[in-house]
Write a protein that binds this ligand. Structure first.
Ligand SMILES: Nc1ncnc2c1ncn2[C@@H]1O[C@H](COP(=O)(O)OP(=O)(O)OP(=O)(O)O)[C@@H](O)[C@H]1O
Ligand SMILES: [Mg+2]
Length: 391
């Protein structure tokens, strides 16, 4: 694992309104970051290959190029005071190369840790926090040996590049292992991977922690429901014991301090039936499960991210009201739009993506409520999300 360098995290130069924030990646997370930044008076540049992408629509300028185009990253840095990103698969070396041109307050070690599942697991364990049992595996022989230790059921994941469950296979038996072998024999090869023990969780949860390099604050622990490996719903707050909530906040602060975090870190969790809190993975950016904070908290995850990278002070966010957030995927756009007029309680967010595709995140809806169970039932009873099978 890369050791944390001196430039990582730590005190962040304070940015004043009028300064320019350059965002690598122009999807919905960049868009919502940009909207927060605009309220504070910052200017926004975005690097994204799709002209008029969701972030560009609310930005001052777009550089239309691939995310790993070093000339484009250099141009973004030249025109910005600070660089940030909306996804973790950014070329850390490229950011290091342009750090004389623009500040990168999140540092690049955070990227190097979170874009590699092995580095990430090691970092989490080194900071006193439980993960699934795991082993790095680089060949079928190593996979066999790791299975002897970890046993079925287990999850094989590529070390880098996965999202929404892509690049991972659940292994429950030798038959599943044979299928992985056959895939390799057909020329799939064996990408650098990690084998994880399958966590028999009671439910999935997440917690956000924000930092400005010196001080760290946490958002409430929330419960997440996935369908077909994609986040479907977030219920805030999660109904958990004081012990579970305490451990979630404590581990979030340990990780944030470990990174000397600037901006937001999202932590995906498994809560087990016996009340253990196990970290699944980290995302060094705002997270889909944190969208509820826009309406439900005293300041939201995007505000916190911008304040953190701008070196502004952070106070503890307050949950103003419980909330339910549901994603609007491509197939849900037409049915939800047809019902907007009937649901004044829906806080409708549309990311304005030009192309509607099945399973593509197109928007989300947040409902503030005193009764989250009733609100979940009400949303499901609209039928808009009937295509999503319950896992
Ligand atoms: N070790 C595990 N034990 C049990 N379930 C797991 C394990 N790892 C992953 N899962 C399930 O698969 C889902 C996706 O896994 P993970 O978050 O690692 O992958 P991802 O491709 O990065 O997904 P995303 O982009 O949705 O975060 C998890 O939310 C969880 O439901
Ligand atoms: Mg995940």
């Amino acid at each position: 694992m890369p050791s944390l360098s001196e430039e990582t995290g730590g005190r962040v130069e304070r940015l004043m309104p009028g300064a320019t924030i350059g965002i690598i990646g122009g999807g919905q997370l960049g868009r919502m970051m940009a909207l927060s930044a605009r309220y504070m008076g910052f200017r926004i540049g975005v690097l994204d290959p799709t002209p008029d992408c969701p972030t560009a629509q609310v930005a001052d300028f777009q550089i239309t190029a691939e995310y790993d185009d070093i000339n484009a990253i250099r141009e973004l840095a030249e025109r910005s005071d600070v660089l940030t990103y909306e996804f973790e698969n950014v070329d850390a070396d490229a950011i290091d190369q342009v750090r004389a041109l623009a500040a990168a307050p999140q540092g690049t070690d955070l990227l190097r840790v979170t874009q590699d599942r092995v580095n990430e697991k090691r970092f989490i364990n080194d900071h006193g926090t439980e993960t699934a049992p795991w082993k790095a595996v680089n060949s079928f022989e190593e996979l066999d040996a790791a299975l002897d230790e970890i046993h079925y059921p287990a999850v094989l994941k590529t070390r880098s590049g996965g999202y929404d469950g892509h690049g991972q296979t659940v292994l429950r038996s030798d038959a599943d292992l044979e299928r992985v072998r056959a895939r390799g024999d057909r020329g799939g090869g064996f990408p650098p991977s990690i084998l994880e023990g399958f966590v028999d969780f009671a439910f999935e949860a997440s917690i956000l922690v924000a930092g400005n390099g010196e001080d760290y604050v946490t958002f409430p622990i929330v419960r997440n429901e996935h369908r077909n490996n994609i986040l479907h719903m977030t219920i805030a707050p999660a109904e958990v014991s004081d012990e579970v909530a305490h451990e979630a906040h404590a581990l979030a602060l340990r990780l944030a301090e470990g990174f000397r975090l600037a901006g937001i870190l999202a932590i995906e969790l498994f809560v087990t039936k016996d009340g253990r809190v196990v970290v699944n993975e980290l995302a060094p950016r705002p997270h889909n499960s944190g969208h509820y904070t826009i309406e439900a908290c005293s300041f939201d995850q995007f505000d916190a991210h911008i304040r953190g990278i701008a070196g502004w002070p952070l106070e503890q966010p307050q949950l103003l009201k419980p909330a339910v957030m549901v994603n609007v995927l491509g197939q849900h756009v037409a049915p939800t739009r047809a019902l907007i007029a009937d649901h004044p309680e829906w806080n409708v967010h549309d990311y304005c993506k030009a192309e509607v595709r099945h399973d593509r995140k197109m928007g989300h809806i947040t409902v503030l409520t005193d009764d989250t169970a009733e609100t979940v039932a009400g949303l499901e009873s609209t039928g808009c999300w009937n295509d999503l099978k319950k896992a």
